[in-house]
Design a protein around this ligand. Sequence first.
Ligand SMILES: NC(=O)c1ccc[n+]([C@@H]2O[C@H](COP(=O)([O-])OP(=O)(O)OC[C@H]3O[C@@H](n4cnc5c(N)ncnc54)[C@H](O)[C@@H]3O)[C@@H](O)[C@H]2O)c1
Length: 352
Amino acid sequence: MSKIKIGIIGAGSISEQHFRAYSHHPEVEIYAVCDLNEERAKAKAEAYGAAKVFTDYRDLLALPDIHGVSICTWNNSHAEISIAALEAGKHVLVEKPLCQTVAEALKVEETVRRTGKLLQVGFVRRYGSNTEILKKFIDAGDLGEIYYAKASCLRRLGNPGGWFSDIKRSGGGPVIDLGVHIIDICWYLMGKPKVKSVSANTYNRLGNRSNVEHLDFYKAADYNAALNTVEDMANALIRFENGASLMVDVSFTLHAKKDELAVKLYGDKGGAELEPELAIIAEKYDTILNVAPQVDHPSFDFIAGFQQEINYFIDSSLGRTETRSPVEDGVEVMKILCAIYESAAQGREIEL
Ligand SMILES: NC(=O)c1ccc[n+]([C@@H]2O[C@H](COP(=O)([O-])OP(=O)(O)OC[C@H]3O[C@@H](n4cnc5c(N)ncnc54)[C@H](O)[C@@H]3O)[C@@H](O)[C@H]2O)c1
């Protein structure tokens, strides 16, 4: 049986996870690679045996036998490339965030409806085994109604530079880059309640601290610290129509003792921590229990999470299952992210 042909657009840092996962998928052939940087595209094509290399994504999309594409480019091209790919009849896996604005998100959603193709948003944390385990407890009612969640993704030093710190190409700093993951995972586990309002603050107090030595961090493929037009820290309180609330803080840099990743959910029957380590909090026979699930990966397993995301993309595109991260969810998360920036800019709560 011939394999499904996949194209990968954007061959920078995160694309490696897509290349690796597709290369381990028994039904997939990585057929074409595209990057503005031809050398980078060629290197990936060589490493993963791809037949075709392009520098213009339109040439890749013109290949009739491409079944689907991963879009791993800067955020400013996600909407444009997603729409072009869908219109060319391809299924799309687009890295997070879906795009930069709510208007763009709605256009992508409309194109999905019109073309009938699949668009899966790269909310990779939904595909982590720790999330899958916790979701079973939540769906079975162990937490009851989740009325509060709290999430932090704080880097003391971790502005990835390059396009990430150029607001025109990224759309923002840690809110759109890191906040997108933790806001999405809380919202998903809370049962996707309708957002009512957002109140937020953003800060540009420390710059990118590219002067700091002796500490390594994630960098864009074209790392450059010269331009930095994004916030370095933000916090937000998100209210939902069902009365639940979510409190979030994120940073690219902060005078913190160490990096921190925490995702916590509180229900009326029990609680849970997804990060830094899966834990379930219960009450039984008038006693509080902290339950530590005995699993290989109590926190997010990057490699396995991406493999599961790609497996879902392929299975959903073939109609075998439903994606866990459809375009509608990308739109709702964009509304929250944009409301955070709007609230911070206006210095007041934004009603959605
Ligand atoms: N899921 C995750 O955990 C995760 C982690 C990191 C980054 N990302 C997302 O992945 C995307 C890429 O991030 P990265 O860290 O790989 O950045 P990167 O800078 O390392 O790589 C991006 C690549 O895209 C190429 N590119 C940009 N615009 C293009 C276009 N129009 N056509 C073809 N190529 C183009 C660039 O030349 C570059 O090689 C971003 O949207 C980012 O938010 C997701």
